[in-house]
Design a protein around this ligand. Structure first.
Ligand code: HEM
Length: 489
């Protein structure tokens, strides 16, 4: 009896202390305005559940709310969890540089990417980021220019088959371009082996859709139910498939080191796999770490670049005057049929502006989610430790600091850096701060080369106002982007 009374007393005291702590915390760190339609206890969970098939619509609405707030900060509650949304550029930069841990949902992709840069954390991530950044530098990326040109030529011949035939979806071609290029530059394997590239693509697509399904269906987040419904088995099959590929690459290169003879056919550049494996002799990476980084780079490059290319094509096709100005620049720099060279890249100034502006208006990664591991002081509020913060890149790209034409597609804004907003790296489509995209130079080089080839050969027609989006890991069109192509005569 005495035990029960003492037990009850302890529970009551703990409860009181908890609520006292919560109240003090509330006083110390007041919350910013809440997103509307908050219900007691469940918060905004009902909105998420009733719209889980179109997260993009909710997210766009949140961005609109954010843009109306002077402080560029609101919050939503999923159960007891606080999610801050930030669009103020200065505050976003503080979050990006202070909160380096990712949301717990990233762990669902770990069976494919392990502790690679995207899913890794803490000292492990920091050590890898320091070592890997040299492999994404300009001289390394310049050595891939030939790969990007040859992959572009392949895409041109595929596009030629669809030209003059009305609307078509470029998705499968941009996907093949992106994955084919990464297959060569990451694995060092020839992209001519179409079957292997397609098999890998299919596996990555399946992995990403499993991650998305788990993210959207909360009971699948419980490991036991996930296994019971057979998803874990599917994961294991995918895991085995990708491990076989990286094992083969790692073992072949190691035997090259050990036996001092090349088992590789000649490739005129150092793919990422070779560059990392060269560190093997210094014991910088374990085999598992190498595999994680290679599959991470493949996924990061494939999913984002292919979707970005679609967006860029649609924007070019929707603005004929922009397209003609690009065409003139491309002909002036490259002439009628030459491949893009290293020197040409920096001369394609307007082409680069169009790419950046397309990704400003429709960022392929519309938001970045960070876990707040300690209180973070912003201009007007302090974010509470234990919460999540969503840096809404989509809203940040429409922030008033871009000027009154923030909502318009105007590539010219990029031609005079003095008119661009301060605080954040303006091409925030690649995020900013310490965990910004390590593959930005790779992506910009690859996309510039492909877009230059396409615009030189075809006239594109599209209508971006008709595109309906959804968030499927990255920003995706609901039915595929319609574009029409005509051969330039
Ligand atoms: C247009 C194409 C691309 C876009 C829009 C893009 C965008 C982004 C964004 C927004 C992030 C930050 C994610 C976060 O903080 O959660 C990121 C991270 C990353 N990206 Fe990209 N990316 C692109 C292409 C690439 C390419 C081509 C590669 C590799 C070859 C790459 C590799 C990575 C990696 C490894 C990270 C994680 C960095 C870290 O946490 O240290 N990305 N990317």
């Amino acid at each position: 009896m005495l035990g029960i009374v003492v037990g009850c007393l302890v529970i009551c005291i703990c409860g009181l202390l908890y609520w006292r702590g919560r109240l003090m915390e509330l006083k110390a760190h007041p919350l910013p305005p809440a997103y509307p339609r908050r219900l007691p206890i469940i918060g905004h969970t009902h909105i998420l559940l009733s719209n889980k098939k179109n997260l993009w619509l909710i997210f766009k609405e949140i961005c609109e709310q954010l843009l109306q707030q002077q402080n560029g900060l609101i919050y939503a509650k999923l159960g007891f969890d606080i999610y801050y949304f930030v669009s103020d550029p200065e505050d976003a930069l503080v979050v990006a540089n202070t909160c380096l841990e990712k949301h717990f949902l990233y762990r669902f992709a770990k069976y494919w990417m392990g502790d690679g840069l995207i899913t890794g954390s803490g000292d492990h991530w920091h050590r890898h980021r320091q070592m890997l950044k040299q492999f994404f530098s300009l001289p390394v990326i310049n050595s891939y220019i030939e790969v990007f040109n040859s992959q572009s030529r392949k895409l041109l011949s595929d596009f030629e088959c669809s030209a003059e035939k009305g609307k078509f979806y470029p998705t499968k071609y941009t996907k093949y371009y992106s994955l084919g290029s990464s297959y060569a530059t990451t694995f060092g394997k020839t992209a001519n082996d179409k079957k292997s590239v397609l098999q890998y693509m299919e596996a990555v697509d399946e992995m990403l859709s499993l991650v998305m399904e788990r993210f959207q269906t909360f009971w699948l987040q419980i490991d036991f139910i996930y296994s019971l419904l057979g998803y874990k088995k599917k994961e294991s099959e995918l895991e085995k498939f990708k491990a076989e590929i990286s094992d083969e690459i790692i073992q072949t290169k190691k035997s090259f080191f050990n036996e001092s003879k090349s088992t590789f056919s000649y490739i005129p550049f150092e793919p990422l796999s070779h560059l990392i494996l060269e560190q093997h002799t210094k014991n910088a990476f374990t085999d598992q770490e190498i595999a994680d980084e290679l599959h991470t780079a493949m996924v990061a490059a494939y999913e984002t670049t292919s979707k970005s290319l679609e967006t860029i094509l649609v924007m070019i096709g929707s603005f004929p005057k922009v397209q003609e100005r690009m065409y003139e620049e491309i002909i002036e720099v490259l002439g009628p049929d030459r491949d893009v060279g290293k020197e040409d890249l920096r001369k394609l100034v307007y082409t680069e502006a169009v790419i950046k502006e397309s990704l400003r208006v429709f960022p392929t990664v519309p938001s970045v989610v960070r876990y707040i591991d300690k209180d973070v002081k912003l201009k007007n509020y302090t974010l509470r430790a234990g919460s999540q913060c969503i840096i809404a890149l989509h809203a940040l790209h429409r922030h008033s600091s871009w000027g009154p034409d923030a909502g318009q597609f105007r590539p010219e804004r990029w031609l005079d850096p003095a008119t661009l907003p301060p605080y954040v790296a303006t091409d925030a489509a690649f995020s900013f701060g310490k965990r910004s995209c390590i593959g930005k130079t790779y992506a910009m080089t690859s996309m510039k080369i492909l877009i230059a080839h396409i615009v030189r050969k075809f006239v594109i027609t599209a209508d971006y106002t008709k595109v309906q989006h959804e968030v499927d890991i990255t920003l995706t069109s609901l039915s595929g982007h319609d574009i029409c192509l005509e051969l330039r005569r």
